[in-house]
Design a binder for this molecule. Structure first.
Ligand SMILES: Cc1cc2nc3c(=O)[nH]c(=O)nc-3n(C[C@H](O)[C@H](O)[C@H](O)COP(=O)(O)OP(=O)(O)OC[C@H]3O[C@@H](n4cnc5c(N)ncnc54)[C@H](O)[C@@H]3O)c2cc1C
Length: 287
């Protein structure tokens, strides 16, 4: 097994920001993922697990360790249960369950990234969370190298939160989802509607990492607060608060991570000052 060296993280993230990973490995099977982790541990290399790179910010200084891109994608659909390996894209999964007339996943159409990344951040859209359709999650504990199965309860899901955000030793290997029988035409229609709504509301023509902040329970959505604070269109070099969706920071050219981080600080300060609300960042920094 050979790790690639000095790989641009820009190429592996939807934000198109960031420097080089000192070492980089694409794990195409569960077994190769485990082997890569063992090798990194032996060499004392810090490890960052990357899915589709659609909810991360890579730093301009890069990552002084091993970035493992999760790319094992086997999946099996049996009745209403779906087994999916962590590297499978949501796009492919939604397409395949739709072909089997399974309903319960329409809300996720248009969310980029992998099923593993979606579980990590308890992805959510149109009022539905990924945790709503999860039965169990298979994980590797990279400290003990033990593989175990966590029930939905053990995953400690809440809004945009999970045990995986708290315990960085846990790597998601696969998941079992529970869907229900539906009507193929109706499912397709809902997916089309959801995709249309995204095109209308989100600045999909620019690189971004989706919504930068988690919506606070009981408070207005972060995008509404940012809009009310008059911050739409605020720029730091090529990083800009989207005019179309104030929750998104877009990369309009050659933004660096310092530009994005400065813009995040500007937003946090303004929202705290104007509304007394502390915004929590949703995107994860590769560090
Ligand atoms: C245009 C756009 C629209 C978006 N819309 C939405 C939306 O509607 N709702 C929403 O919730 N999100 C949305 N997002 C954000 C993002 O797509 C989701 O959070 C997605 O689920 C992230 O998955 P990923 O595979 O890209 O994860 P990454 O960005 O690769 O990783 C995110 C985090 O998950 C961890 N991780 C990834 N895989 C694993 C694994 N196998 N085991 C352990 N940890 C892992 C990483 O270490 C990192 O900390 C959007 C993003 C964009 C760019």
């Amino acid at each position: 097994m050979i790790f690639e060296e000095n790989i641009s993280l820009k190429e592996y993230t939807t934000f198109k920001v960031g420097g080089l990973a000192k070492f980089f490995y694409i794990a195409k099977t569960k077994e190769s993922l485990i082997e890569a982790i063992k090798k990194a541990l032996k060499k004392n290399l810090p490890i960052f697990i990357l899915g589709g790179g659609s909810n991360v910010l890579a730093l301009d200084s890069g990552y002084d360790g091993l970035v493992i891109k999760i790319h094992h994608t086997k999946h099996i659909i049996q009745d209403t249960n779906v087994y999916a390996e962590a590297g499978l894209s949501l796009r492919k999964l939604i397409h395949d369950v739709n072909n089997e007339s399974l309903s319960g996943f329409e809300w996720a159409a248009g969310i980029p990234g992998t099923i593993g990344g979606a579980i990590y951040g308890n992805a959510r859209a149109f009022g539905v969370n990924i945790s709503d359709i999860i039965k169990e999650v298979e994980v590797l504990d990279k400290e003990s190298l033990e593989i175990k199965t966590l029930s939905k309860n053990q995953c400690q899901f809440s809004e945009k939160q999970s045990i995986f955000k708290k315990d960085k030793n846990l790597i998601i290997l696969s998941v079992i989802l529970e869907l229900e029988k539906g009507n193929e035409r109706k499912i397709k229609e809902t997916i089309e509607e959801n995709l249309k709504s995204r095109r209308e509301r989100q600045p999909l023509e620019y690189p971004s990492a989706g919504s930068i902040f988690i919506n606070k329970e009981g408070a207005e959505p972060s995008s509404v607060l940012i809009d009310k604070a008059g911050l739409k269109g605020t720029k730091v070099n090529s990083a800009e608060i989207s005019q179309k969706h104030a929750g998104f920071i877009i990369n309009t050219g050659n933004a660096g991570s310092a530009d994005v981080l400065e813009l995040i600080e500007i937003i946090k300060k303004e929202i705290k000052f104007k509304f007394g609300i502390e915004l929590e960042t949703e995107i994860q920094i590769i560090k």
